[in-house]
Each structure stands twice: as C-alpha cells, then as structure tokens.
Design a protein around this ligand. Structure first.
Ligand code: FRU
Length: 468
C-alpha cells in the first residue's frame, strides 16, 4: 500500500514538473540530472548484460533530502541513456526513512542490489543492509534486510559496496563507532545473505591515521594496476589553507588489502577533486576492464539550497563518467573516452591568452597546452587563474555573496575542460587532478581569456545526449 502511494505521488511529481525542469537554461545538455526533485549519490553502477546501469539517490517528491528512492538509467555506451523502471521506493518499515546508497552485483546472471534501509526514530536511527533482485519485468524484488546494525557502532552504518573476490562476496561499509570516529568495515559472504564481519579495514585512528573524521560515507574498494584503492568520503576533516575546503571530503588511499586478516596497509589520503562540488563517487569495471568512476556534482549541507534550479523543480547533476589509471604513484582521472563521440565543430587557436577570441562554452570541450600564466572567466560567474603555483578557481558564494576559492598546487602543462551549461570539470595534466564546479551563467555563456601566457587551444561543441 505504501509503495502504491509513493509511486502515485512520484508519477504526479514527474508528469507535472518534468517539462519545466527540461526547459531550464541550467539544465545539462549531456550530464545526467534528475527529471524532477533532488538527486544525490550514484548507486548500483555496473556493466551488466551489455548495458551500464546507473541508479541514483532520488527524492522525486521535493527538492530536499529525505526518504530517498533509487531512480535508474541504463546505457550501452555511457553517452546515450534511457530511463529504466524506478529501482527502489522506500515503502517498507526497514527503509522507512530512505533506501540509502549501495551497489549492484551480477549474482550468477541476476542483477542484485545491496543498499541501506535507513530508519529514523524520535531519538535516533538504525540501519539495515538490504538486498533486492531484478525480476523478469525489469523490476527489483526486495528480499529485505540481510544485516542489522553491527555491535559497537551508532546508527550511522551505510553505503555497502560489494564485489566478488576468490569465490566470495566482499563488502565495504561506511560506519561510525561509539566514540564517534568514522570507519570502513570489511565483511564477507558466500551468498550475499549471510555476512561475517572481518573487522575495521580503515578509519579515523587506524593504520597510522590520526583523528580523521566522525563518519566515513560511501566506501569503494577496487584493484587497479597492482594497488588496492579505497575511495571514501570522510566527514569532519578540518579545513586547511589549500585543501579540505568543502563541507565534506571525498578521496582515496592506495595500499594492499590482505583478504585473510582483513588488514589494509595504506598510504596518505588524497582528495579526488579539488573543485567546489564533488562527493560520493562510485566505480565499476567497464566492459573492456577499465575502472570507471561517476561522482555526484554536489556536497551535502554546502549551500546547495541556494542553487537557482530549485525554482525550476530540480537540483544537482552527476559528474561525467571518468576512467581511472594508476601512474607514478597517483590515481589519474580522465573523461571516459566514450565522451569523444559528443565532439563536433572543431576549432584550433594559438597565441597569447588575451589574443584569443571569446568561446562558446554552453556545451563544449576545451583542450589546452599551457605555457605561462593566464586567467579565464566562465560566463562571468566562475574564474580560473593559472600561475606558477598552480590553479585557483574563484566564484561568489551564492548564500553569503563572499568570494570563495579552491586550489590545486603544482605545475600546469595541459588542461582539458568540459563545460555543460551549469558545470565545469577541469582535468589537469592529463588527469593528474580534477576541479569540478557548478555555476549558473546566462543561456549563452562565453569563455573570456586574459593574460600573456601562451595557449594552444582546441575547442569542440559537445552535442547533447538524448535521455530516452
Ligand atoms: C552521501 C549520503 C550517503 C547516504 C545517502 C543518503 O551523500 O549521505 O551516506 O546513503 O547520501 O541520500
């Protein structure tokens, strides 16, 4: 009964709001965004039977956080997407306050979701890790909870990411211990139903880390070129001059996971993105074995409700799909090569930055070789400056009006910049670092360049991608 009610309300929200959202000047041309309402984390990202599936945390009923649904898209090529049946609606008691984030696996030919049933009470909360399996109608049947709150943790236990290794299922799970320290738990299972806790794999105060946040969300563990990479979102790191400047962080550790002992020896924490908006990424293996990552181009509790798209009934977008590689001890991110299909209308410019023409950046890609300092204004709403110390991204805070900055420190040789109406993703030095940001320019934003630095610049218009 509750499910029917939620589905009827969702249908009304989509039918009545979709057109207005689609006509918004800030609506992306080729990034994924919710038809209406609020979208946050990517969930259940997987290549399954010739198609990529990507679900998303979704509140279709309001531009607010709350009892989340899982929306669902699929794509054969990461570029053209179609809507799939709603994957999960928070209809049951064990998920009364949301079907929170989780992942997907191919369980012997059955697409299977593992997610968090979030339950809030007047004086607290609990969380169940739950399973749902795809049926022949393309809908998910809920099997219910498979794991209650483990002993020794608060109600903040969520975001299971599951993978297969040596004839077993493995799970990393975000958690907060009773001393209010963020942790990642490691569990294993023969069948996705019976789970055994191996222990704390990483976290605040573990593996040589000092205090490192009160909660770790959205862990993801994968093997890449000899490294076991843990991607995770620690909450509660203090801001420093040039890093940890967003409300919450998202980053990676590299190391080696001993599956027998559950121990994970790892190096330092590195932020995955140095821009204003990036959080809760999830990875999967591509058809041809590349490691793909999609993030949420948003941050919880960071002035999100001052974005103007709220008035058009929708909020937030995903990042572009990125492919990861391990080079010289660093995790590199590049736009997935599939995105090159969107390029059209190439132009090449060369000369001092100030001598180059204004460029259309409504939906565009720029590839630049950089020789010296310069600055760039994106539609007058976002500024990038490049000098010998690195890059600074500047905008005016939508809530306070104050100028705010984000930094990347290092020598800049090349920049690849993807622009899509209200977002910019800047890939530095072939993917050594990324800066992502939302901004809200007019309908036909231009890039204006200034400074004496020399640029060789390729410009493409990017075609929109149809979401059917
Ligand atoms: C991260 C997060 C997750 C949670 C989900 C709820 O943005 O807080 O930890 O599962 O969002 O929407």
């Amino acid at each position: 009964m509750k499910e029917q009610h939620l589905l009827k309300q969702t249908l009304r929200a989509v039918v009545s709001g979709q057109q207005r959202a689609a006509q918004d000047v800030h609506r992306p041309a080729w990034h994924l965004a919710p038809p209406v309402g609020l979208m946050n984390d990517p969930n259940g990202f997987i290549h399954f039977q010739q198609r990529y599936h990507l679900c998303y945390q979704w509140n279709p009923l309001a531009c607010a956080h709350g009892a989340k649904f899982w929306g669902q898209w699929s794509s054969a090529d990461l570029v053209h997407w179609r809507h799939e049946p709603l994957a999960l609606a928070p209809a049951e008691e064990y998920e009364s306050h949301g079907c929170y984030s989780g992942s997907a696996v191919d369980d012997n030919g059955v697409l299977t979701l593992i997610y968090t049933g979030n339950v809030k009470f007047a004086d607290g909360r609990t969380a169940w890790q739950c399973v749902a399996r795809l049926n022949e109608h393309g809908e998910f049947d809920k099997l219910g909870p498979v794991l209650p709150l483990p002993e020794g943790y608060t109600g903040h236990v969520r975001d299971p990411k599951v993978w297969r290794h040596q004839e077993q299922w493995w799970m990393v799970l975000g958690a907060q211990d009773l001393r209010l320290q963020g942790k990642v738990l490691l569990l294993s299972s023969p069948d996705l139903q019976q789970w055994t806790l191996k222990g704390e794999m990483a976290g605040s105060g573990l593996n040589g880390l000092g205090p490192f946040g009160y909660m770790w969300e959205c862990p993801d563990l994968f093997h890449l070129d000899g490294q076991d990479i843990l991607v995770v979102c620690p909450q509660g790191l203090a801001a420093e001059t040039h890093r940890y400047l967003n409300t919450f962080q998202s980053g990676w550790f590299s190391g080696e996971l001993d599956y027998h002992t559950g121990r994970y020896q790892h190096g330092e924490f590195h932020e995955l993105d140095h821009g204003f908006e990036f959080y809760a990424p999830q990875t999967t293996a591509s058809e041809d074995g590349r490691r793909l990552l999609i993030g949420w181009m948003g941050i919880p509790d960071q002035d999100e409700f001052f974005q103007p798209t709220l008035e058009q009934g929708w909020i937030h977008t995903m990042t572009c799909p990125r492919e990861l590689s391990w080079r010289q001890g660093k995790l590199y991110q590049q736009p997935a090569r599939e995105l090159r299909q969107l390029r059209s209308d190439p132009h090449l410019f060369a000369g001092a930055a100030h001598s180059l023409p204004e460029l259309d950046i409504a939906s565009a890609e720029l590839m630049m070789k950089v020789d010296g300092g310069f600055s760039a204004s994106f539609g007058g709403e976002l500024q990038l400056s490049c000098d010998a110390t690195g890059l600074t991204l500047t905008r005016s805070n939508r809530r306070t009006g104050e100028t705010e900055h984000r930094y990347w420190l290092g020598e800049v040789n090349t920049l690849q910049i993807l622009c899509d109406r209200s977002s910019v993703e800047i890939f530095i030095n072939d993917g050594e670092a990324v800066m992502s940001a939302r901004y809200f320019p007019g309908a036909t934003p231009q890039l204006r360049l200034a400074g004496d630095g020399g640029l060789t610049l390729h410009h493409w218009r990017l075609q929109g991608c149809v979401i059917e």
